[in-house]
Ligand binder design. Sequence first.
Ligand SMILES: C[S@@+](CC[C@H](N)C(=O)[O-])C[C@H]1O[C@@H](n2cnc3c(N)ncnc32)[C@H](O)[C@@H]1O
Length: 216
Amino acid sequence: MTEPPHLAAIRESYDTVADAYARRVPAPAGLDPVSRAMLAAFAELVRPLGPVADLGCGPGKVTAHLAALGVQVFGVDLSPRMVALARAAHPELRFTAGSMTALDIATGELGGVLAYYSTHHTPPRHLPAVFAEIHRTLAPGGVLMLAGHVGEGEHLRPAGAYGGHPVSYESYLLPPDRIAGLLAEAGLEVRTRMVREPEGTSTRRSGTFLAYRPGG
Ligand SMILES: C[S@@+](CC[C@H](N)C(=O)[O-])C[C@H]1O[C@@H](n2cnc3c(N)ncnc32)[C@H](O)[C@@H]1O
């Protein structure tokens, strides 16, 4: 199958910034209390349900945080450099290169999926395919936690990131209702949604969604 063109831009950009990203972005222990509480809640929900995929895991810091909370978790990322950094930092965990648009994961295999600040580079017209993959790979009763930037539909084309490194990816900040609507259209039942205003070092609104594959 032909790869959607936005994936090459994301892969190349994150390969370029991976080392700077890993140095600059704090591990979850350094996150604010609300972010940590949401990750802890997700961990508690999925711990008894089976394997969890951290999609767009980056350097694996959040993957390792979930593992430390007792979750059977592995990471998938589009950027081979991110995967290499994750493996080097957390050799006890499994990280593979791959895309959330076409996962090498069996149907119904997962108790949970985490997409942590990893879906905003996907053009909105491709999000239904991503959410369909998440629905396909979750077992009935399995839980998705999606967290990330939200907005009013802004389309950003940054020239540089993480200290000015050149990037060619784009970002799409969708309204929370639109994200929830796309999740529902994929057959996922959105039971929790939380929107946070910019605070502290964060300059953007963010949203966290807990969505379930019905059944189980
Ligand atoms: C902002 S980083 C977040 C990394 C990690 N989740 C964290 O919180 O530190 C976004 C990551 O998502 C990955 N990503 C974006 N689109 C992806 C896709 N279609 N499939 C897999 N990974 C993807 C990027 O390669 C990048 O590592």
